[in-house]
Design a protein around this ligand. Structure first.
Ligand code: NAD
Ligand code: GLY
Length: 353
C-alpha cells in the first residue's frame, strides 16, 4: 500500500492507495457510530456492497444521487440535508463520498455545512477524482450562472483509493483523468513525464503497480502544493494549467459536450504554444506533449470552429483574473510552469496560426 500524508496541522490526513483496498476493513482510520454513504446510481451497484461491509459495526444509511454533473446543485445539496436531518444524523457521524468528483464535491460541501461541519471520507472512483478532486479540500456545487461557484474548503478525514475500481470506468473517463495526470508532469516534473511516456502501454492496460505508482505520485504532488497553499493564494493556481483555455472550451460548447479532462488536454497544448512562441519550449518538446496526450486519445486542438474571439469572454471572467488582468499558467520550461500575467493578444493569436 502507498500512503501520502496531506500536512495541514490539525487537519492533516492520509491518502491510502492500493488495489483491493475496499476489501480491507482495516483500512479505516477509526470507527464511527453513525455513517451515511453518499453515492450515485451508477457507482452504487458496483461498489456499495463492498463499502457497506467496511462499516459493519456502524449504523448505516445510504443516499443515492442521480448520475451526472447536472445534479451537483444547491437543490440536491438541500435534498441531502433533508435526508440527514430526517435520519437524525449526529454532529459526530461520518459522511462517505463514494464516486467521482461530482459525488465528492457535493458530499464535501454538505460535510462543510451540516451542523457547521462534520467528518467526511473520500472514496474516489474515477481517475480524475483519485489524482485530483478528492485531495485538497475544494468542495462545491454549481449555480446556473457558473460552475463550482458555491462551495467551501473542507478537508476530509481520510482518502481511500482502491485502484481496482478503475477497471469499470469507461475508457473516455479514464482518458480524461490522464489529462490531469499529464498536467502534474508539465507543472513540475519532467522525469514523471518520461515515466508516463515509457509506461503508457502499462497504464492503458491498468497494470496495478504502474497505476499505483502513478496515482501516488500525483497525490504526493497535489499534497505538497496544498500543504504550501491550501486556499489558493499563490502556488495552488499552478494546478489550473490548461484550465483557462479548457474552461472556455467547455462553456462555449455547452457543458457535457467535451469532458473536463478533454478540454484541459487541448488547453494545455494551447498554453504550451504560447510558451513556444515565447521561446520557453522547443518544437520537439511541444511534439512530445501532443504525442503523449494523443497516446491516450485526448484532443490537442480546440474545436475547429472555435476562434480566439470565442475564448475571450470566458477567459476574462476566469477565477485567476486579478484587477482586470488575465493570468495564465504557462510552461516556462519543459516540466516547469508558472503563473504569467502579461500574455498579449498577439501571443494568444499565435495559437491559432
Ligand atoms: P463524475 O463524478 O461525473 O464521474 C464520471 C462518470 O463516471 C460518472 O458517470 C460516474 O457515475 C462514473 N463512474 C465513477 N466511477 C466509476 C467507476 N469506478 N466505474 C464506472 N463508472 C464510474 O466525473 P469526475 O471526472 O470524476 O469529476 C468531475 C467533477 O469533479 C466536476 O464536477 C468538477 O468540477 C469536479 N472537480 C473538482 C475538483 C476539486 O478539487 N474539488 C478538481 C477537479 C474536478
Ligand atoms: N483542482 C484544482 C485544485 O484543487 O486546486
Amino acid at each position: 500500500m502507498h500512503r501520502v500524508q496531506v500536512e495541514l496541522g490539525d487537519r492533516s490526513y492520509p491518502i491510502d492507495i492500493a488495489p483491493d483496498l475496499l476489501q480491507q476493513p482495516a483500512c479505516l482510520l477509526r470507527d464511527y457510530r453513525q455513517v451515511v454513504i453518499i453515492s450515485n446510481s451508477t457507482v452504487a451497484p458496483l461498489y456499495l456492497d463492498s463499502v457497506t461491509a467496511l462499516f459493519a459495526g456502524s449504523q448505516l444509511h445510504t443516499y443515492l444521487l442521480p448520475d451526472g454533473e447536472a445534479y451537483k446543485t444547491l437543490e440536491h445539496f438541500g435534498h441531502i440535508m433533508t435526508f440527514l436531518l430526517e435520519h437524525k444524523f449526529p454532529r459526530d457521524g461520518l459522511l462517505v463520498a463514494l464516486g467521482g468528483g461530482v459525488v465528492g464535491d457535493i458530499t464535501g460541501f454538505v460535510a462543510a455545512s451540516y451542523q457547521r461541519g462534520v467528518d467526511f471520507l473520500q472514496i474516489p472512483t474515477t481517475l480524475l477524482s483519485q489524482v485530483d478532486s478528492s485531495v485538497g479540500g475544494k468542495t462545491a456545487v454549481n449555480h446556473p450562472l457558473g460552475k463550482n461557484m458555491i462551495g467551501a474548503f473542507k478537508q476530509p478525514q481520510q482518502v481511500i483509493i482502491d485502484t481496482n475500481v478503475l477497471s469499470t470506468l469507461p475508457g473516455r473517463e479514464f482518458a480524461a483523468g490522464m489529462a490531469e495526470v499529464i498536467k502534474y508532469a508539465l507543472i513540475a516534473d519532467a522525469e514523471f513525464f518520461s515515466y508516463l511516456e515509457q509506461h503508457a502501454d502499462a497504464i492503458q492496460a491498468l497494470q496495478p503497480d504502474v497505476i499505483g505508482t502513478m496515482v501516488k505520485h500525483c497525490c504526493q504532488m497535489k499534497a505538497d502544493i496544498v500543504a504550501l497553499d491550501e486556499t489558493e493564494q499563490g502556488q495552488r493556481a499552478l494546478l489550473n494549467l490548461g484550465h483557462t483555455f479548457g474552461h472556455a472550451i467547455e462553456a462555449w460548447l455547452g457543458y457535457g459536450q467535451w469532458l473536463h479532462g478533454e478540454a484541459v488536454a487541448a488547453g494545455m497544448v494551447m498554453a504550451a504554444k504560447v510558451s513556444q512562441y515565447r521561446g520557453w519550449l522547443q518544437q520537439d518538446e511541444l511534439d512530445r506533449i501532443c504525442a503523449l496526450l494523443q497516446r491516450f486519445q485526448l484532443p490537442i486542438t480546440a474545436p475547429d470552429d472555435m476562434h480566439i474571439n470565442d475564448f475571450m469572454p470566458y477567459m476574462k471572467t476566469d477565477k485567476k483574473v486579478r484587477a482586470g488582468q488575465m493570468r495564465f499558467v504557462l510552461p516556462t520550461a519543459f516540466g516547469y510552469s508558472e503563473v504569467i500575467d502579461d500574455v498579449n493578444d498577439i501571443e494568444l493569436q499565435s495559437i491559432f496560426t
